[in-house]
Design a protein around this ligand. Structure first.
Ligand code: XIL
Length: 466
């Protein structure tokens, strides 16, 4: 009897123990699933995808038109799916959607996966906002110049460029015709004709003229690049050029990029003819000569800028640029910084741009977003001949233009100067043809299409001002 009782007791112990082990398996948490990029995106929907979660029996799929899932699409509010993908249907074309999933077992539901963003194809049929850029900007409490890069042959009265410029833009920069290789024919010999046309266009139409650029390694005239004189004589030639140009345009050109792109991408000083012949202090020298020329011409309002590219997502370069700027501040030679912003829809990020610009804000400098464009096909990722400007890219570009305008508009009044877009029409942008970017394919980086029609990027610009 006693033995029987002991046997019963011990089997009860083993039974309870086994149960508790089973229990501990059950309360082990289900992992959150990983949502993947969609497939088969079309006008009405897409295939949402995610990874398998161990011990799950099904998945709960949410699809929303808002990133915080406050506007769930009917039928996709925790829709139970037993597969690892689901064809989401009956959506609207040209619309932004978001999806996420949770894993489900018989007893448990996991937390949410990451959120995937997807835009259906097709036209949105939402008309673009036709408001003129400068009209909206000039209504702001703290307006700034809205700039456009121009070429002299666009500026004939009545041309579509002329009409758009007068309606929408309050500043111009010469895309290439005010660079040294265009103006300087030989030592002390200048060809002013084309540059004068650009400056006069701005002056007569009440459009600010930003001078671009006095010293740039990519626009050195061959007589100077191959200069046979001594280094000291070379420096004097550069001084003479800066002095003569600043003097010629006194009171007419309101700001100059004195030096363009003197820092290399690795953060060292770019190995240019100016560095080689004038030494590492050449940037300060050029600013000093520009300031002296302006003062001698009684042009006390002239603003002097340092201009460079791709500093926001390259901390070595950014630090080097700010070190250079600090030196110019110490010598009281600089008024502002030009951030070229030849950006893409992927980079740099909002946070990177804000951080970069804010360093200039803390130094009390004016900020010029000086050459804005937004590639949608960077590195020619879509193959050259088949590249298309899909609706998804159109909306992504609109969002990225909106983002940078919003960042710029949020700057303190004292730090605002101009936000300049680098070219009017997509088909005339420098981007696809740039040998530097080695980018022979198609892109659509600007605010107007090849027919001068405003794009969604233009609407994004306007929305960035809200
Ligand atoms: C480009 C122009 O867009 C082209 O038309 C020209 O042939 C070469 O220069 N950084 C600059 C600009 O500072 O001057 C460059 O402009 C683009 C890169």
């Amino acid at each position: 009897m006693k033995i029987k009782f002991l046997l019963l007791l011990s089997s009860l112990f083993f039974f309870l123990n086994a149960c508790s082990k089973e229990d501990s398996t059950v309360i082990e948490n289900l992992e959150n699933p990983l949502a993947n990029a969609p497939k088969d995106v079309n006008d009405n929907g897409f295939r949402a995808k995610w990874n398998y979660v161990s011990k799950s029996k099904s998945y709960l799929l949410d699809v929303s038109t808002t990133e915080n899932f406050s506007a769930l699409v009917p039928n996709y509010n925790s829709k139970e799916v037993t597969d690892l993908n689901e064809v989401v249907v009956s959506l609207t074309g040209g619309t932004q959607y978001y999806y996420r999933v949770r894993a489900k077992s018989e007893t448990q539901t996991s937390g949410y996966s990451n959120v995937i963003s997807v835009v259906t194809t097709g036209t949105s049929n939402v008309p673009e906002d036709p408001t003129f850029l400068k009209v909206k900007v000039n209504k702001l409490a703290n307006p700034f110049f809205v700039g456009m890069a121009v070429k002299a042959n666009q500026l004939n009265a009545g041309s579509p460029y002329d009409v758009i410029l007068k309606n929408e833009f309050s500043s111009i920069s010469a895309e290439y015709e005010m660079k040294m290789d265009q103006i300087s024919v030989a030592s002390g010999v200048y060809n002013w004709t084309v540059a004068d046309k650009i400056v006069a266009y701005g002056n007569t139409n009440n459009i600010n003229v930003h001078g671009h650029a006095l010293v740039w390694h990519n626009s050195v005239p061959s007589w100077l690049a191959n200069y046979a004189g001594t280094d000291a004589e070379f420096s004097l030639e550069v001084k003479k050029y800066i002095t003569d140009v600043v003097t010629h345009y006194k009171g007419k050109v309101k700001s100059w990029d004195v030096v363009n792109e003197s820092i290399a991408d690795n953060g060292s000083m770019r190995n240019t003819v100016f560095l080689r012949r004038m030494g590492p202090n050449y940037v300060n020298d050029c600013f000093k000569w520009a300031r002296e020329a302006a003062n001698a011409a009684a042009d006390t309002q002239l603003l002097l800028f340092y201009n460079d590219y791709a500093t926001s997502d390259n901390s070595n370069k950014q630090n080097a640029v700010y070190t250079l700027i600090d030196k110019l501040i110490t010598d009281k030679l600089i008024d502002g910084v030009g951030f070229q912003m030849h950006n893409t829809i992927f980079a740099p990020s909002k946070i990177q741009i804000e951080k970069d610009l804010n360093r200039a804000v803390t130094k009390g400098l004016k900020i010029h977003i000086s050459e804005l464009d937004m590639q949608v096909n960077p590195g020619n990722a879509q193959s050259n001949l088949t590249a298309t400007f899909t609706n998804e890219l159109r909306l992504a570009q609109k969002a990225k233009y909106k983002e940078i305008v919003k960042i710029y508009n949020a700057l303190p009044k004292a730090n605002k100067y101009a936000l300049t877009v680098w070219g009017m029409k997509d088909n005339e942008s420098w981007i696809p043809f740039s040998t530097e970017l080695n980018h022979p394919g198609n892109d659509w980086p600007l605010l107007y299409d090849s027919n001068f029609a405003i794009k969604s990027s233009h609407t994004g610009f306007l929305e960035g001002l809200d």
